[in-house]
Write a protein that binds this ligand. Structure first.
Ligand SMILES: [Zn+2]
Length: 492
C-alpha cells in the first residue's frame, strides 16, 4: 500500500510573525496541543470558538491527508474552582467533574472532533512535580517560605528568551506594571510553579509539602508527557499569549533546551456588536443557550465566517444572518440534489460556459483552506458560487455548486442533515424562540414575498410601507446579499 502524500499547507506563526509552510516532526503527521477550559462554570461562545478553531485546523489537516495527534487539557485545579465549590456548596472535584461533562456535551452537540488526548491537571500532578524538580536541578526554580508552607517560583531572569512570543521586554513589563511586585519573589516577573496549600483547599503531597500546582506548569508537563519535544503546533486564544504561553515556553524550553512547539497559532476574541445589542446577548452568551436558541450549525458557521485570527462580531444581527444562511445552504443542497437537466438547457450556451464564480470551484476552496485555514475566504467562494447558481439556475451550475458540499460537510462540519428535516427543525426552533405561531410566521413570510416583488418592480414606496408595518408589529427585516430574513425584534 502506498501512502497518500500530504498537501502543502501554510500557516501564520505567532512566534515568527510570518506565514510559513508547515513541516512537522514526522512525515504525514501533525501534533497539536490546545489550551483547554478551566472547568468551573458553563462555557461561553468564546470557549466554543477556541474549541472550534482546533476542530477546523484538525479537519483541514485531515483534508491535506495528515494523521492528527491532538491534545486539549482540562484545568481542574484553580482558584475559580475553589470559589465555585464554596458558592455551590460542593467539593472542587464535583464542580470540575460537572462542568467538564457540560463542556464535553456542548462540544459533542457542536460536532467538534474529540482530541486523542484530554489530560486533566488532577491526573497529572506526579508529572508536574517531576517537571518542577527538574527545573530546580537546573537552577530555574527556587523555593520561598510563606505562612502556609513552601511556594516554588520560576526564575524568569535566567531564561534569556523570555518575551520572544509576546514581543515584550522584561524591563518594559515591570515599567508598565504588568506584573505584581511581591517581596517574596527574586524578580517581579517570576511566577508560581507550586503553591503551598491554604486551609481547606484541595492539595497534593509533594517534596515541598502539601500544595497544588500553578496554572502554567500543567500545560508544560502535559505536553512533555504526551509529545516530549516533538510538538508541531501549540494553539489557544490570543489572550493566552501573555503570560500563559510565554510562561509555558520559559518552563519547557528551560527543561528540554528545544522549542516547545514549532508553530504558535492563536484565535481571535469575541466582540459584541456595539449599537443594536439586545439584552439577551451579552458578553457572556453561554454556548448551551446559543445552541438551544440558534442551533449548533449556526454557531459553527458564525465562527468560520471569520478568519480564525480576526475578532468575531457577536451581535443579534450577525447571529440571525448566520442562521438564515444555514437555511439557504440547505435549500441549495435540496436544489442541487433535485434539479434535472432539461432538454433545452442541455444545448444552451450557458451550459457549456460556466460563470467565473463556478470555475475550478473545488480547487479554489481547497486553496483557501490550505492557506492559513482561511475558512472565511472559502465560504465566500461557496456563497458567490451559490449566487451564480441562483442567477443562471441551470442543472450544470447546480451540479458544480454541489462540489461545495463535501467541504461544507467535512471541513465546516455543517449541512450533513437531510435538508427537509433540517429546515423543519430550524423553523420550529425559531418560532419557539420568538414565541409566535406557524400561522403568524406564514403571514410574515407572505408579506416578505410581496415586498420582494414590489422591490423587483422598483415600487419602493409600497415595499417600504410593508417594512414599516411589520416594524410596528415588532418584526425586524434584515436584508443581505443573500436575501432577506426576519426576526421578532427584542425591543418590541
Ligand atoms: Zn496552556
Amino acid at each position: 500500500m502506498t501512502a497518500v502524500s500530504v498537501k502543502p499547507l501554510k500557516l501564520l506563526n505567532t512566534r515568527s510573525q510570518k506565514k510559513e509552510v508547515f513541516k512537522g516532526h514526522y512525515e504525514n503527521k501533525v501534533s497539536i496541543y490546545c489550551c483547554g477550559p478551566t472547568v468551573y462554570g458553563y462555557t461561553h461562545v468564546g470557549n466554543a470558538r477556541a474549541a472550534l478553531t482546533l476542530d477546523l485546523v484538525s479537519r483541514i489537516f485531515k483534508l491535506a491527508h495528515y494523521q492528527i495527534e491532538a491534545a486539549r487539557n482540562y484545568t481542574d485545579i484553580d482558584d475559580k474552582i475553589i470559589e465555585a465549590s464554596k458558592r455551590e456548596n460542593k467539593t472542587s472535584h464535583e464542580i470540575a467533574e460537572f462542568y467538564q461533562k457540560a463542556y464535553d456535551e456542548e462540544l459533542s452537540l457542536l460536532k467538534a472532533l474529540t482530541p486523542k488526548f484530554r489530560p486533566k491537571a488532577t491526573e497529572s500532578v506526579e508529572d508536574i512535580v517531576e517537571f518542577i524538580q527538574s527545573l530546580e536541578k537546573k537552577q530555574m526554580a527556587y523555593s520561598v517560605q510563606t505562612e502556609f508552607g513552601t511556594d516554588v517560583y520560576f526564575r524568569v531572569s535566567k531564561f534569556k528568551k523570555y518575551g520572544a512570543l509576546s514581543k515584550r521586554k522584561l524591563d518594559d513589563m515591570i515599567a508598565g506594571s504588568r506584573i505584581d511586585i511581591d517581596e517574596k519573589k527574586e524578580h517581579p516577573a517570576d511566577f508560581a510553579l507550586w503553591k503551598a496549600a491554604k486551609p481547606e483547599e484541595p492539595s497534593w503531597k509533594s517534596p515541598w509539602g502539601n500544595g497544588r500546582p500553578g496554572w502554567h506548569i500543567e500545560c508544560s508537563a502535559m505536553i512533555y508527557k504526551i509529545f516530549k519535544s516533538d510538538l508541531d503546533i501549540h494553539m489557544g486564544g490570543l489572550d493566552l499569549i501573555f503570560p500563559h504561553h510565554e510562561n509555558e515556553i520559559a518552563q519547557s524550553e528551560s527543561l528540554t533546551e528545544k522549542a516547545l512547539a514549532t508553530y504558535w497559532l492563536h484565535n481571535g476574541m469575541i466582540e459584541v456588536g456595539k449599537e443594536k445589542m439586545s439584552k439577551s446577548i451579552g458578553n457572556i452568551l453561554r454556548t448551551a443557550d446559543f445552541i438551544r436558541d440558534y442551533g449548533a450549525e449556526t454557531l459553527r458557521l458564525l465562527v468560520f465566517q471569520q478568519h480564525y485570527r480576526s475578532p468575531m462580531d457577536l451581535s443579534e444581527e450577525s447571529i440571525l444572518r448566520a442562521e438564515a444562511l444555514i437555511d439557504k445552504l440547505y435549500l441549495a443542497k435540496l436544489t442541487a440534489k433535485t434539479i434535472k437537466p432539461t432538454a433545452d438547457s442541455a444545448v444552451t450556451p450557458l451550459e457549456t460556459k460556466l460563470p467565473s464564480e463556478l470555475e475550478s470551484l473545488s480547487a479554489k476552496i481547497e486553496e483557501s483552506l490550505l492557506d492559513d485555514f482561511n475558512s472565511a475566504k472559502a465560504l465566500g467562494q461557496i456563497l458567490s458560487a451559490l449566487r451564480a447558481s441562483h442567477r443562471e439556475n441551470t442543472a450544470s451550475c447546480w451540479q458544480v455548486w454541489a462540489q461545495s458540499l463535501p467541504f461544507l460537510n467535512s471541513v465546516f462540519g455543517i449541512l450533513e442533515e437531510d435538508p427537509a428535516q433540517a429546515l423543519k427543525h430550524s423553523r420550529e426552533r425559531r418560532l419557539k424562540r420568538m414565541q409566535i405561531t406557524e400561522t403568524q410566521a406564514a403571514e410574515i413570510d407572505q408579506k416578505l414575498i410581496e415586498r420582494e416583488n414590489l422591490r423587483k418592480q422598483k415600487n419602493f414606496e409600497a415595499s417600504d410601507q410593508i417594512r414599516k408595518d411589520l416594524e410596528k408589529e415588532g418584526i425586524q427585516i434584515m436584508d443581505g446579499p443573500d436575501g432577506s430574513a426576519w426576526a421578532v425584534s427584542k425591543e418590541k
